[in-house]
Design a protein around this ligand. Sequence first.
Ligand SMILES: Cc1cc2nc3c(=O)[nH]c(=O)nc-3n(C[C@H](O)[C@H](O)[C@H](O)COP(=O)(O)O)c2cc1C
Length: 331
Amino acid sequence: MDLQTRYMGLELKHPLIASASPLSESLDGIRRLEDGGAAAVVLFSLFEEQIHQEQSMLVDALDQGADSFAESLSFFPSLDLGDFATTPHDYLNLVRRAAESTEIPIIASLNCITSEGWSDYAQQIEQAGAQGIELNIFAIETDFSMTGQQAEQRYVESLKLVKQAVSIPIAMKLSPFFSAFGHMAQQLDEAGADALVLFNRFYRPDLNIDTLQVLPTLTLSHTSEMRLPLQWIALLHGKIRASLGATRGVETSAEVIKYLLAGADAVMTTSALLRQGPAYLAELLTGLESWMEAHGFESIRALRGLLSHAQVPDPRLLERANYIKTLESYR
Ligand SMILES: Cc1cc2nc3c(=O)[nH]c(=O)nc-3n(C[C@H](O)[C@H](O)[C@H](O)COP(=O)(O)O)c2cc1C
């Protein structure tokens, strides 16, 4: 049985990737993901603010007496970056050691908000041996004068900047919150994205009504969260050149199969591995193989996108019909 897939220009032995999470924070963790059966590992993200802070500290050390250090400390006023123990230097070391001591592709992850000041760092990630970079642009537009088009432009510019800086493939991990997601996907595709990863999960804080505090909360995902990425993967399959990576809601091999049928080139998982441990990857893979065998599929290629919208003349009408049918199905 041929489980191989091509994702962001990388040849993978099968479509299961361990997405960014604390499981890849150490070399030991990355090795466990490889031993568990991951075809590739996306490292946890390094934040743009960490890169800026390290750069500012460097400037300060070179230019003692200037107030650049104070500036760097106020760059990210409400968050003690000490919470994120990894420095950009440590991150590069981890990329280097992971690339040297594993057989699978190591994809670094950068979480950024602007398009400035970190493309040099992307080059260093490439030099350290990463086979790809996933860009996770987390920005909630709180400047109400910014238009949708300007917001979208920021994503395209960031991508172009990194594409100019490195020759390894770049994946864009995206949120669904664009007024016309298909157009956004198309723009990124034209700007050279090697993959789109659908969809990023946002962790919205809760409020504690006793202490009157804002509470950062993180819950692991549930399988029902896969419907939105599933729908967009089905809509985009065959319409763009970039690969499609699915992230969100994989609990069993059934979700992996659904994502592939919709048209994903690779399927990622984090919550399931945090719950069950890295060895669960092998179970997901066995489930996929058994299903393929039972349904007579000899390769991933044969089943990928079978339930996508690629052959549908007017996907908008189909989506509308599905919506109406879904409401009616309650009766
Ligand atoms: C504890 C935790 C840490 C995460 N850290 C990162 C991160 O550093 N960078 C990133 O892009 N995504 C991060 N994610 C998101 C995951 O990579 C993944 O996209 C998300 O959990 C949805 O997939 P899942 O349903 O398989 O969990 C994190 C998720 C969890 C639960």
